[in-house]
Design a binder for this molecule. Sequence first.
Ligand code: BGC
Length: 262
Amino acid sequence: MSEHLGFGIDIGGTGMKGAIVDLDTGELASDRYRIPTPHPSTPEAMCDVVAQIVAHHGWTEQLGVCFPGIVRRGVVHSAANVDKTWIDVDANAIFSEAAGAPVKMLNDADAAGIAEMHYGAGRGCDGVVLVLTFGTGIGSALFTDGVMVPNTEFGHLELDGHDAERKAAAIARDREDLSWKHWARRVEKYLRHVEMLLSPDLIIAGGGASKHPDKWLPRIDIDTEIVPAGLANNAGIVGAAAHADQFRRRAEGLNAPPPPTS
Ligand code: BGC
């Protein structure tokens, strides 16, 4: 195993999970410790869980945490699928205190995107790459020649008068008891809209729905190449750890690009 380790925590609507990450390979270097997301998912309750996850692994250095909402310089600006008391909270500050080590926050889809571009299906891809995560919501991360525009929130585009993620997130399939075929038709419509707006060269489909790509991806008929995510369920953890590591490398004067959410 390499000595180049980091730590990431992925906060989702249903679970919070964390692991040590091998930053050379993008693989997990420990077990993945998962605790159900507390309800209500307030900042205080989530701080306790972050502290437990870090303690479980005995991690004492800087770490990355990704969150299902807009995060700008560590401050949360939206909370579609978590408690609304998160809005305007400096998550870098409160999680750093809870973890006893510096925390660098970013949006969950941005974290998944960073992981896919570094270690997964987007590795070496130039041009416009769009990473979409289909889970509790729809997350998006947009890259051009490997550089990310953070907090794009394309899951909230309006589609037929609805918030797109309400209709086409993976959870909509369970909530409305849809067949894969029916759900795939909705996703295709959403993707055609996104394709028209962004003209991507490649779309990477991640999130919970990417665990069963064979059930729906072959049914998607769009002009853009679309591939399943390479890291599936671990992309948030890995991307959060890689993002935090970019801050460390910059601080140590190592040759690293500015972190996308600095
Ligand atoms: C949020 C995004 C998030 C996505 C996936 C959306 O509801 O607004 O910030 O990336 O869900 O969790």
